[in-house]
Design a protein around this ligand. Sequence first.
Ligand code: AMP
Ligand code: MG
Length: 354
Amino acid sequence: MCLSYKKMAAMVLVLGSCILTGCAKFFPAEKQEISAQSTSHSREIFAMDTAMRVTAYGDRAKEAVQAAEEEIKRLDALFSVGNASGDIARLNENASAVVSGETCELINRSKELYNSTGGALNIAVYPLMEAWGFTSGEYRVPEQKEIDAMLTCMDVDEISCDENTGKVILPEGMGIDLGAIAKGYTSARLMDVFVSYDIASAIVSLGGNVQALGNKPDGTKWRVAVEDPFSEEGDSYAGILEITDQAVITSGAYERYFEQDGKRYHHIIDPATGYPAENGLASVTVVSQDGALADALSTALFVMGKDKALAYWKEHADEFNVILIEDNKDMTITEGLQDCFSSQNPFLVEKKDQ
Ligand code: AMP
Ligand code: MG
């Protein structure tokens, strides 16, 4: 399974010359060796607090990329906690609001995943995110009594969200944040946008969260690099995935953090403690056809830690696969990735029936 060191060194050389952002990265078109005959269009966009890149191939690539940008901006405006007229900001401000069908859908999906992940995915983390300073950049370690008070307002089951009327009601003291799922939902929507422009081949990277439509125009698979969570510069790779029609979404402690008194505090909160999750994982990369699911689960499995994450995968192996990298650098992939993942580092393969 593992590539020899020499083979990998050549691959890193190719990767080293690419423009890359975020965690899971894809080779730009020219590095993917795409035939010159295919018409392509690519655009860089800054939205959802992150750098994005959208590329489509086909006769209508330019129109499709324009529509994709409009879709990203529309969804960003709806979901952003900082856009006063957006659905989520209005909801957090007034504890109730009539929201769009998409916001309702995403809240209800998050409620289902809150239950299936045993509360590891919890969109009611917003007050905690504020208290830790992740929303303002004014980072601090909150007092235990503040955290304790917030933990009492995080029962996502209590959110009422009526898909017929669009009316959402939050229980007192609750605030929500779709940051764990919104980018994956958006990348999935972009695939629909591309299809509506007759595009069969496209790839997007939303802050390193990648989703691909079809194969490359030459019919070969897309090659997506998974970042090494221990790389200081963010420029080395834990391995390469070869994918068709899938999302590759990573959550890691290294993505956003601050340090205080020599300790690092990152942005993925364990809803059981109110503190950044410390369950032995350095990064989680989820591979799925469903972008929203991949995003939500990358966050939730990171919170769960390896054993619970693999147990969860065994129950849902038909929906996704995952690469877990531990703080001690051990790497485990689930069996569905066996034929499409390569790495210079050793890794274990988790089987569903073991
Ligand atoms: P991601 O980068 O997809 O792992 O999402 C992390 C973001 O999701 C954070 O910046 C928060 O906005 C939010 N978040 C943090 N912890 C959780 C959690 N346990 N459940 C749901 N959302 C979370
Ligand atoms: Mg996520």
